[in-house]
Write a protein that binds this ligand. Structure first.
Ligand SMILES: [Zn+2]
Ligand SMILES: [Zn+2]
Length: 166
């Protein structure tokens, strides 16, 4: 399965690799594998549904990270019959909409919340208090607070550079 890593996925793996509390490389490797498995479950993937030339059902093959990957695979294997690329909906996203997901784009970044925006009450044009009864979140946090810091620092560095060039 070919996938393009996304910035927030890279950050989560780096957080594990830089965590000094692991007892052994094996423990760290397990944490990375679990994290990546979790990430893959958050993606909409594709399967290749195959039908033999006589109309009988072939196998459903996959998952693939993209339509093009499934098509390349079908071409390479040249099974005969017909193939159809079918998107599969991420069960991880459906679960996250139901249960919430911490430190993940699209969900509240409050580390004690992680619930979906629709679980938060409307407050003017933004979203306020979380509806989930066990949750104490008082305002939907749209962006990763640690990412914001980096962006600001970069902007500042850029501005400083501009001054130097004058
Ligand atoms: Zn919440
Ligand atoms: Zn929240």
């Amino acid at each position: 399965m070919r996938i393009t890593p996304r910035a927030y996925e890279v950050k989560k793996v780096v957080d594990i690799l830089e965590d000094p509390t692991f007892d052994s490389p094996e423990q760290m490797a397990k944490a990375v594998i679990k994290e990546v498995g979790d990430m893959l479950q958050m993606r909409d993937l594709y399967v290749l549904v195959h039908t033999w030339a006589d109309g009988s059902k072939g196998l459903n093959m996959g998952p693939f990270g993209a339509v093009a990957e499934a098509e390349t695979f079908a071409k390479k294997m040249s099974f005969g019959g017909t193939g159809r690329v079918v998107p599969i909906t991420s069960s991880g996203v459906i679960l996250a909409n139901h249960d919430g997901k911490t430190s993940w784009p699209g969900y509240c970044w409050n580390p004690e919340c992680g619930h979906s925006p629709t679980n938060h009450a409307m407050d003017g044009s933004s979203r306020g208090k979380c509806h989930i009864s066990v949750c104490n979140c008082s305002k939907f946090m749209k962006d990763d607070p640690s990412a914001k810091k980096t962006k600001k620092a970069t902007a500042r560095a850029g501005a400083a550079k501009g001054v130097n060039e004058l």
